[in-house]
Design a protein around this ligand. Sequence first.
Ligand SMILES: Cc1ncc(COP(=O)(O)O)c(C=O)c1O
Length: 367
Amino acid sequence: MVRPRPQIDTIAMYSPGKPVEELKREKGLSRIIKMASNENPFGFSPLAEEAMQNEMKEITLYPEVTSPLLAEKLANKLQISKDQVLFGNGSDEVIRLLTRTFINEGDEVVMAGVTFPRYKTNVIIEGGVPVEIDMQNGTHDLAAMAEAIGEKTKMVFVCNPNNPTGTIVEKEALREFISQVPSHVMLVMDEAYYEYADAPQYLETLPLLPQYKNMVILRTFSKVYGLAGLRIGYGLMDPELVGHLHKVKEPFNVNRLAHAAASASLDDDDFLYESIRLNREGREYLNARFSDMDLTYFPTQTNFIMVDVGVAAEDVYEYLLNEGIIIRPGHLMGYPTMIRVTIGQREDNERFIDCLQAFIKDYSRQS
Ligand SMILES: Cc1ncc(COP(=O)(O)O)c(C=O)c1O
């Protein structure tokens, strides 16, 4: 049999949140509540829908390779140069491009112990060595991460806010950490949930880009903009780094509909702010119900919450599946009694809480 490179034997296929269609088929249910993949439950901008309809006429033509119009629009909005922007087929692709372009065999990459799994996978694929640093209370231990940076370190990932815990790192600690990363080590700040973060302790990294030419900021249209199915995310970084990545990326990595929808979404601040507001309402509701139930949870700055249900996460997961609710069990992420739940629409949050309460009541009666 044809054998893959040895690195491929050590990784597993990405395990996504259970798809709605799959659960419908399995359980014969007509309505499913998906609270598993941190998508936007409030949809996406109507302006994006209109823009995609118009763009359909052009679909026979390849998209532009460097997304120049979208780059200019985004750059103007962020008050940076368009040469600092690189779009990917989701920020997933930008992560892959970074490791593809910069990691040599044997290079070490420092990251948090429980964080977005694609960092580790892509590092391994390139023959790099992930160096995973234990979390402190669901949060990156920046001091330990700084200490782990050594001669072989080529890259560092900080996921802020972090997936799956939802936590942020404190402003001053992060500022200090950024200054400690040597200039020949790339610092990747993954800010996929940036728009949701409203704590005063959250650091704005964009103004630091000119000073730290080794820093890359990742953001996406998949979360608050609601365009996960289209696959478009981006990296912000020094133009020289963008130049390297452009040589490695597939030429037509971002499709025409994604360009059109992302561009229109940037014009719709009403949709953006309403999504953020509704998410905040849902976050407050779920936090309050968890506290009523004496459940502890990590303080979240995202559109999901990781809560300790005090029983085996697989059992809660299975129970909720039978009720047509998909969440993420924490045992796959190193937290065996925690579940990660995406903040949903109000009635979905309420139904989730009702089912969770019923499960915990049944469980304590049985034990
Ligand atoms: C922290 C983080 N980074 C990156 C991604 C990838 O997002 P996308 O490829 O949809 O832009 C996700 C998706 O869940 C994420 O949680």
